[in-house]
Design a protein around this ligand. Structure first.
Ligand SMILES: [Fe+2]
Length: 164
């Protein structure tokens, strides 16, 4: 995917190569977040069972939080001088998280799928955060990623609590 930054003269102490490397990482994460946002919304709509109301509300809160995360990552990419990818085509082709079209798991299956995706993202961010610090010396994005990771750790805890 084309990563060339849109503002090559931006002067914040990071080389163009560093910013491009970081933008590439953020774009993959943005795609993951968008897929997980969509999956959470799907489950908000389609959850069934005796805990319907509770889980309908809970999934609703989680997709709102994911929507905020999506926005923060896109705007972080812009701060580094890149275009924020904003098409479903790019999200699907880039994401590490997979969708499950036409599948409507029971409530427990939904909780477990979301937990697994959050944990996948948390593990990915750990690697990404090391990479932006060690390879690209972008401590701002390192701190930013750690903050996003902590939000996922909290969401994962809540999902896990339903399953225990
Ligand atoms: Fe709704």
């Amino acid at each position: 995917m084309e990563v060339t930054v849109t503002t090559p003269t931006i002067d914040i102490g990071l080389s163009k190569d560093s910013r491009e490397g970081t933008i590439k990482i953020l774009r993959v994460l943005l795609a993951d977040e968008y897929i997980l946002y969509t999956k959470t919304k799907n489950y908000h709509w389609n959850v069934t069972g005796s805990d319907f109301n509770e889980l309908h509300e809970f999934f609703g809160k989680q997709y709102e939080e994911l929507d905020d995360i999506v926005d923060e990552i896109a705007e972080r990419i812009r701060q580094l001088g890149g275009y924020a990818t904003g098409t479903l085509t790019e999200f699907i082709s880039t994401a590490r998280i997979k969708e499950e079209p036409s599948k409507y798991p029971d409530a427990r299956g939904m909780l477990s799928n979301l937990l697994s995706d959050h944990e996948h993202i948390i593990r990915s961010i750990r690697v990404d955060a090391d990479m932006v610090a060690d390879e690209y010396h972008d401590m701002g994005t390192n701190d930013f990623l750690i903050g996003i990771m902590q939000k996922h750790e909290k969401m994962a805890w809540m999902l896990r609590a339903y399953l225990e």
